[in-house]
Design a protein around this ligand. Structure first.
Ligand code: HDD
Length: 698
């Protein structure tokens, strides 16, 4: 089977034998017996009792009763897709991992994106870390890169993971709040565990609110090792970079989306792939020679630290394209089992104590979640490499192992499967020497310098968002001492930040002088620098009513669609609107079924009569005002400008002859020349965060 780019795809070939289509089939029991009636139980007479003989009823109900499995203890809410990884620069100098050496290979992958704290049915757009887990089906076996969209973690040692997760999950007495970190237990944990501070800066930043899974970075987080053919090791950090840039939603918007469309990110991923607008990510590595292990002012084994890109640049060596939606959510996205220990020859671990605990946890959790040791046989989990070993039996064993010998060594099966040979995994021979102690290394002690580096590297609007987030979250904490404790921690990061947060949450501002300002920045950390040159997959709402200028819709709409955007025509009611020239314009969606928070931009075409109708429609006025408040691109043509004025977006018409009245608001009175290209540019910019929007109620 070939992928959309025409390459052979061994994983899809393997999955093909498991796929079952409903066409031309007849309903049967699990035993293959054709069923004559599945709507009425077998009963003794029309009003009589149901009979035990009804094997179909019993089987149907029993299977239904057992449909649910435990959700993941973290990352329960997720969405997956298949895709392909292609290498364009060989890393053979550093590793023997074939898929990172041979640029002619295409490696099939399955990726699952997720939130962390919420339950399976929680909303996508909550403030949270996003999981970015990739299973590479390489010819040498599965390699799982189980990362997040943030490059650091909350804790340094995995033994704290249950404590951290208990603190962030809903509180025990009442299971409130769902999918939210804005509550006392999480922030109580934070105030007492300062190693969280760097990650909390990321979590309170817009990184926690991705616009799309196709617009967020991914990080392996830990320092891993690459090992080459000579056995030489190089430290490595893995990176994913979205080709569309790293872009985020507005906080107010995410909360509204959570109600309007809780599946927002899931739907976006699905729709992009169905539309052929395949999410793409560049794969990069930061390489550190073994001899440089102690070169940094932090420890490479500490997962609460980044290696600033300015110190060790990210080398882009490959690209991931997600191009196929799963056939069945449960069978694939729910049953996929990632495990950080799934590595191929040439990739090895380090002694990072967070990573070490993960090496235990993932296999263990799958055993309870997927019901036994044979989950690697579930189709989505099967490697494309051959599996041969002496593992036997257990629940749901699928393999018909032949032969008498299920032990090594043996003569009865000719000594097979044999051990070793070319391509076998050998562990990196690290010399280890030490006393058995429970003690955090002194090299892990600095919890604030990189939190400060992050803060220093933020642009003005990013800082505003971070302060707003801290105020929101701490403002939800009932206990004043928790608020005070966190402000005291923030004072170690940056005094000005601590004061701003303190003011918002009713806490006495701390005294200055605790934080040592190192003044360093890492410009790569700011989203202000994200590529913003494409409208691919951007959703544009075109507001219409009877009397609309249909020619403008056609001209601008065509240009937007050609550039890769998705235009939807919204009107008060579904069906058609009658344009000024008498033409019928088909409505994509009725306005009450959607909301401006579900779109990236708004276009108000001209047409005097149509715009007058929109100006009297509260939904339409609110639509534009809300898009303005969320800093989205807004385009208005001719009479359409009137709707912007009605919405309270001031200074539009009379901006000294200039048609652009505010960042990202694009207008044209009569001749629309240049309008479309300016609108496209404004949409590609993602958001106009510096816009003065406080005067617009929405
Ligand atoms: Fe974890 C799931 C990422 C630390 C224990 N983790 C899970 C998933 C992702 C991560 C993306 C979802 C995989 C999927 O889609 O199925 N986890 C991380 C990252 C971490 C991290 C980037 C820090 C760098 N995790 C971590 C620690 C532990 C765990 C320290 C335990 C000691 N994680 C788990 C788990 C999960 C899991 C309990 C729940 C479901 C699963 O594994 O399959 O084992």
């Amino acid at each position: 089977m070939a992928d959309p780019a025409g390459h052979d795809d061994p994983k899809q070939e393997q999955l093909e034998r498991w796929r079952v289509a409903p066409e031309d089939t007849r309903l049967t029991t699990d035993q293959g017996i054709q069923v004559d009636d599945t709507d009425n139980s077998l009963a003794a007479g029309e009003r009589g009792p149901t009979l035990m003989d009804d094997f179909h009823l019993r089987e149907k109900i029993t299977h239904f009763d057992h449909e649910r499995i435990p959700e993941r203890v973290v990352h329960a809410r997720g969405s997956g897709a298949y895709g392909h990884f292609r290498l364009h620069e060989s890393l053979a100098e550093y590793t023997t991992a074939e898929f990172l050496c041979d640029t002619s290979l295409t490696t099939p992958v399955f990726v699952r994106f997720s939130t962390v704290a919420g339950s399976r049915g929680s909303a996508d757009t909550v403030r949270d870390v996003r999981g970015f887990a990739t299973k590479f089906y390489t010819r040498q076996g599965n390699f799982d890169l189980v990362g997040n969209n943030m490059p650091v973690f909350f804790i340094q040692d995995g033994i704290k993971f249950p404590d951290f997760v208990h603190a962030v999950k809903p509180e025990p007495p009442n299971e409130i709040p769902q999918a939210s970190s804005a509550h006392d237990t999480l922030w109580d944990f934070v105030q007492l565990q300062p190693e969280t501070m760097h990650m909390m800066m990321w979590l309170m930043s817009d990184r926690a609110l991705p616009r799309s899974y196709a617009m967020m970075q991914g990080f392996g987080v830990h320092t891993f090792r690459l090992v080459n053919a000579e056995g030489r090791a190089t430290f490595v950090k893995f990176h994913w970079r979205p080709v569309l840039g790293t872009h985020s939603l507005a906080w107010d918007e995410t909360q509204k989306i959570a109600g309007k469309d809780p599946d927002f990110n899931r739907r976006d991923l699905w729709d992009r792939i169905e539309a052929g607008d395949h999410p793409e990510f560049e794969f990069g590595v930061q390489l550190v020679p073994a001899e440089d292990e102690h070169r940094f002012d932090f420890d490479l084994l500490d997962a609460t630290k980044i290696i600033p890109e300015e110190e060790v640049p990210v080398r882009t060596v490959g690209r991931l394209v997600l191009d196929r939606n799963p056939d069945n959510f449960f069978a694939e996205t729910e049953q996929v089992a990632f495990h950080i220990a799934n590595v191929v020859p040439g990739i090895d671990f380090t002694n990072d104590p967070l990573l070490q605990a993960r090496l235990f946890s993932y296999l263990d959790t799958q055993l309870i979640r997927l019901g036994g040791p044979n989950f690697p046989q579930i189709p989505v989990n099967q490697p494309v490499a051959k599996v041969r070993n002496h593992h036997r039996d257990g629940y749901h064993q699928m393999t018909l192992q032949q032969g008498q010998a299920s032990y090594h060594k043996n003569t009865l099966s000719g000594g097979c499967p044999a051990v070793g040979g070319e391509g076998s995994y050998t562990h990196f021979q690290e010399r280890v020497d030490g006393n058995k102690i429970r003690k955090r290394s002194a090299s892990f002690a600095d919890h604030y310098s990189q939190a400060r580096l992050f803060w220093n590297s933020m642009s003005g609007w990013e800082r505003e968002h971070i302060v707003g987030a801290f105020r929101f979250e701490l403002g939800k904490c009932e206990r004043k001492q928790v608020r005070e404790g966190v402000v005291a921690q923030l004072n170690h990061v940056d005094h000005d930040l601590a004061v701003q947060v303190a003011k918002g949450v009713g806490v006495e501002p701390p005294t200055p002088g605790i934080a040592e300002g190192h003044g360093r920045t890492s410009p790569a950390l700011s989203q202000d620098r994200a590529p913003a040159d494409s409208v691919r997959g951007r959703k544009v709402a075109v507001l219409a009513a009877d009397g609309v200028d249909s020619a403008a819709i056609a001209a601008v709409g065509e240009a937007l669609t050609e550039a890769g955007a998705v235009c939807e025509i919204l009107a008060a009611e579904d069906g058609f609107v009658q344009a000024a020239n008498g033409a019928q314009v088909e409505v994509t969606r009725a306005m009450p079924t959607v909301a401006s928070v579900l779109y990236d931009a708004v276009l108000v075409p001209g047409g005097e009569v149509g715009v007058r109708a929109l100006a009297q429609d509260g939904d339409a006025v609110h639509f534009v005002a809300e898009a303005f408040v969320h800093c989205k691109a807004i385009g208005a043509l001719g009479a359409g400008i009137g709707l912007l004025e009605r919405a309270g977006i001031t200074g539009v018409r009379f901006a000294d002859g200039d048609t652009v009245s505010d960042a990202g608001v694009v207008t044209a009175e009569g001749d629309a020349s240049g309008f479309t290209s300016r609108l496209i540019e404004a949409i590609a910019a993602h958001r106009h965060w510096t816009r003065d929007k406080d005067h617009v109620p929405a």
